[in-house]
Each structure stands twice: as C-alpha cells, then as structure tokens.
Design a protein around this ligand. Structure first.
Ligand code: AMP
Ligand code: ZN
Ligand code: FE
Ligand code: FE
Length: 292
C-alpha cells in the first residue's frame, strides 16, 4: 500500500482544491492520503466525497500550530471530532491570530517599500480560513517582487527577515491532550524541520508521549537519512508510531510531490489502532476514513 499522511489544499496554503488533491493522489498511485490543512478542517467534506469517486482512502486530519519553549512545532491531528468545543475554541484563537497578523506583515513590508496591500493577499488566500505567509508570498510573486514562494520566504518572510511577525500558537502538550480528548491521534510533523529541530529531543518527546502523543513523522523532506534513523530510535523508545509523508502543497512547494515520502502499512495500522482507542475513550463521534 502507498500511504501519504500529510498534504495541504486550498483550505489552507496548498494550491489544489481538496477534490483535485484527492484526484491527484489517486492518479499518483496512492491508496491512502490524509488531508491535513493548517488549523482548519474546512476541506474534509469535499475531499471525503472525492475519495469515494476516486477509490482512495481519505484520512481527515489537521496540521495544528503549536509552540514549545518558544519554538514553532507543527502537530498533526488525525481522526478526531472537530466539534469538540475546547479544541474548536483553540483553533479559533489560532485562526484569529493568523488573520490579525496579516495586517502587521503587510505594514512591515510596506515600510520596506514593497508595494503590497492586504486585499491582494486575501485574494490569493481565496476563501481559506488559515491565511498564511504562503499567501503573502503569492501576492509578492504576482506583483513581481520575487520569483517564487521560496524566494519570498528567504528574502522577506522567514524568521529574522523584515516581514516576519510571530503569532499565537497553543502549547504543544496542551494540544496533544486536546487532540486525544477529541478522540483523535496526534503526530509531531517534521520534528527536525525548520523551527522545531531546536526543541524536539529525547526529553521533550518523553514529555509529549506522557501527554498522549501517538507518533513522530520520521520520514519527511526536511530530514536527512541520519535524522530519520535517529528519530526512529527516539520513537521506538516510547513505542511511538513512525509515519512518513510528502507535505504536498501543490505547486506551492517544490520537492514535496505526492508520495515522495510514505508511511509503512503496519505503522498506518498502528496509527488507526491508537486512534480507535482514543475515540472509544473519548465517547465522541470522530471523523472516520472515507472512500477506499
Ligand atoms: P504560516 O503558517 O503563515 O506561519 O506559514 C508557514 C507555512 O509556510 C508552512 O506551511 C510552510 O509549508 C510554508 N513555507 C515555509 N517556508 C517555505 C518556503 N521556503 N517555500 C514555500 N513554503 C514555505
Ligand atoms: Zn503549509
Ligand atoms: Fe508544517
Ligand atoms: Fe505541512
């Protein structure tokens, strides 16, 4: 089985609509794909419906913005109940912070003489609830300031660059607990990617595992081969599930093609088992795998 557990659609900062992403995943030969937009489940319904048509399994998920010791950690939450009020309240805080940050980013760029306005960025975000830096990047590309999203981040938007503004994110252990209480399973996304590398280590993984963490995304474009092997060691010490994923963003991110990193079938089965246990304990009506 070919299993890719981390992708983004136009419901956040990907460039494929949810249904088109599912069609592309089926065309790429995947058997299972998870839709994990940033901080929003808005794409789930469209993706689930498309999964039935394309005979592929769709795992509903989220990539949630969290913070650990001052660093940004992305937490994947799968198969949870999105209506769980405490979780919903946190996601609303995060989305609102994304929204208010936008005006600050635009103002900073304008101060640097960049010709950009908030309406431009919102047009590039389409209807996405999770407005993000990639949409600012798209506006900069469209107006010819930079040639690509990548250049926009390197020159203007990354931490330490002139347009960078931090925003609210939930404490990581708290979000692990919320995902669990919502009946789902949490996995740290690209643990040794940008940002989280400085704070994810054997000690913090132990703390997160005690809070209910289910897995680590061991295989990802941001990791070298030796990173992945070390992460496997840390994961096995805490009996954590080891996933692998593309983190596909459509044309928004190069070298992240669908299926470019995948999850072994037995690890996927373990993830489903853990999610099932959490769903039962939560007594909540969780989102389930669609299509197939
Ligand atoms: P934000 O969610 O607004 O903080 O923006 C972070 C998002 O930007 C993440 O989802 C990354 O995938 C994306 N991103 C970060 N660096 C780059 C880059 N160099 N090129 C394209 N996308 C990027
Ligand atoms: Zn993204
Ligand atoms: Fe991420
Ligand atoms: Fe991602």
């Amino acid at each position: 089985m070919h299993i890719d557990l981390h992708t983004h659609s136009t419901a956040s900062d990907g460039t494929d609509r949810p249904a088109d992403l599912v069609a592309a995943a089926a065309a790429a030969g995947l058997d299972v794909v998870a839709l994990t937009d940033h901080d929003s489940s808005a794409g789930w319904a469209e993706a689930s419906e498309a999964a039935t048509r394309h005979h592929i399994s769709l795992v509903p998920g989220l990539e949630i913005s969290t913070m650990l010791a001052g660093a940004s950690v992305h937490l994947l939450g799968y198969l949870l109940d999105p209506a769980y009020e405490p979780l919903q309240a946190e996601l609303e805080l995060i989305l609102r912070a994304r929204d208010t940050r936008l005006a600050d980013v635009v103002e900073r760029l304008q101060h640097c003489g960049v010709d950009i306005c908030e309406a431009d960025v919102r047009r590039h975000a389409g209807g996405a609830l999770a407005v993000g830096r990639p949409h600012v990047a798209d506006a900069l590309v469209a107006s010819g300031v930079v040639a690509s999203r990548d250049e926009a981040f390197n020159t203007w938007l990354d931490r330490g660059r002139p347009g960078y503004v931090s925003r609210y994110a939930t404490a990581t252990p708290r979000m692990v607990e919320l995902v669990t209480a919502a009946g789902g399973a949490s996995v740290v996304a690209h643990p040794w990617g940008r940002g989280s590398r400085e704070v994810i280590d054997a000690e913090s993984v132990e703390t997160l595992a005690a809070a209910g963490l289910v897995g680590l995304e061991v295989h990802h474009h941001d990791h070298t081969g030796s990173d992945s092997r070390m992460l496997e060691t840390i994961a096995s010490e805490h009996d954590l599930v080891m996933t692998g994923s593309s983190d596909y963003h459509g044309t928004g991110k190069v070298n992240h093609e669908l299926g470019s990193h995948v999850t072994p079938t037995e690890e996927y089965e373990r993830l489903l088992d853990r999610a099932r246990v959490n769903a039962l304990a939560s007594r909540r009506e969780v989102a389930t795998v669609a299509g197939g």
